[in-house]
Design a protein around this ligand. Structure first.
Ligand code: RAM
Length: 337
């Protein structure tokens, strides 16, 4: 009887080993993980995020990882949530996300983290406890203040101004706008009045219509700041079509390719942006460093981001890409994105 029992348990053990081997390993054992990173932008079909994806793809090739980009066609946090849930079910190694709303997507990102998935936000941050690292394009304070300074010079520090933003819940937009308001509260801007913040939702037609609405409601409007690549291009098009180019100053954040025409004809004197492909490249490298366990995202962690060199994680898990570039008629032809 004893021998029979021993033989049966031996058989059972052998069977378990065979089944586990077929499933790909012993549970809990550390097998080298395939680097499998998914980018989830605010919305797809936005050339800005396509440039970031090109950078992410380049990093993936260098690191021999895989890259994919998924996302909603409208910049909408509720529509981002099912994508996060699907990526969690697929058990990708990292999700790199630009938040349409810092809090609405936090619960699903936390679920992803609980499953061992690394989360990096880029471009527009989530709630900090729903990601390990935020890859910020530039200092929010610098961006907010310089946008106001640039516009002020063009309108001689006088007149009504408006902001044409993206969505009202976007973390990046709102942090820049807070610094714009703070800058405007300084005495040198006492003759400049922020009359309205309009939201074009990173949608071309909505941004165009909102610009039209601003001009109709405030016929004396002297300037517009549009810190969104979709918004500034639509606003420039409207100013030109309505005969308001050069009468209403326009600045903000845009891509050189979409604004070249308007810089050359004087509708826009200057605007800012960062190298968007570098943003995606850095975000992929940050995700990879988290996945491999090289860093955890705590302040002081350092990692190398390929050809961009070494980066250090700062306060609140933030990594800053670097200062933005200012584009004007003297340099715009040197850029192609
Ligand atoms: C739009 C998006 C993005 C922002 C850029 C400047 O494409 O709103 O979040 O960073 O503009």
């Amino acid at each position: 009887m004893k021998t029979l029992l021993r033989t049966m348990s031996l058989l059972l053990l052998t069977l378990m080993v065979v089944i586990l081997a077929a499933c790909g390993g012993t549970p809990g054992a550390s097998t080298p993980q395939q680097l499998n990173v998914a980018f989830l932008p605010k919305a797809i079909n936005n050339p800005y995020f396509d440039s970031a994806a090109a950078g992410g793809k380049k990093a993936a090739d260098e690191l021999k990882g895989s890259f994919k980009q998924v996302g909603p066609s409208n910049a909408n946090a509720a529509e981002q949530v099912p994508f996060i849930n699907t990526l969690t079910q697929q058990h990708v190694s990292a999700i790199v996300v630009s938040a349409d709303d810092p809090n609405a997507i936090a619960p699903s990102l936390k679920q992803a983290i609980a499953q061992g998935i690394k989360v990096v936000s880029y471009d527009s941050d989530t709630a900090p406890d729903a990601r390990q690292i935020f890859v910020n394009q530039a200092s929010a304070e610098d961006l907010g203040r310089t946008e106001v300074q640039v516009l002020a010079k063009q309108i001689n520090y006088t007149g009504d101004i408006a902001i044409l933003s993206a969505t009202s819940t976007a973390t990046n937009q709102n942090s820049w706008i807070d610094f714009m308001k703070d800058e405007l509260s300084k005495p040198e801007y006492s003759k400049m009045h922020l009359v309205k913040i309009a939201y074009g939702n990173d949608d071309d037609q909505t941004s165009y219509n909102e610009t039209q609405g601003l001009l109709q409601a405030y016929p004396n409007l002297k300037g517009i700041i549009s810190p969104t690549t979709v918004g500034i291009a639509a606003a420039a098009r409207y100013l030109e079509a309505s005969g308001n180019a050069k009468k209403v100053a326009l600045t903000g954040l845009g891509t050189p390719n979409s604004l070249k025409k308007y810089v050359k004809d004087g509708t826009i004197q200057s605007f800012e942006l960062w190298d968007v492909s570098h943003l995606g490249y850095l975000a992929y490298y940050a995700a990879s460093a988290l996945v491999s366990g090289k860093i955890t995202g705590k302040q002081g962690d350092t990692f190398t981001a390929g050809s961009l060199g070494q980066y250090t994680v700062g306060e609140n898990g933030t990594v800053v890409l670097g200062p933005p570039t200012v584009f004007n008629s003297t340099n715009i032809d040197q850029f192609n994105f």
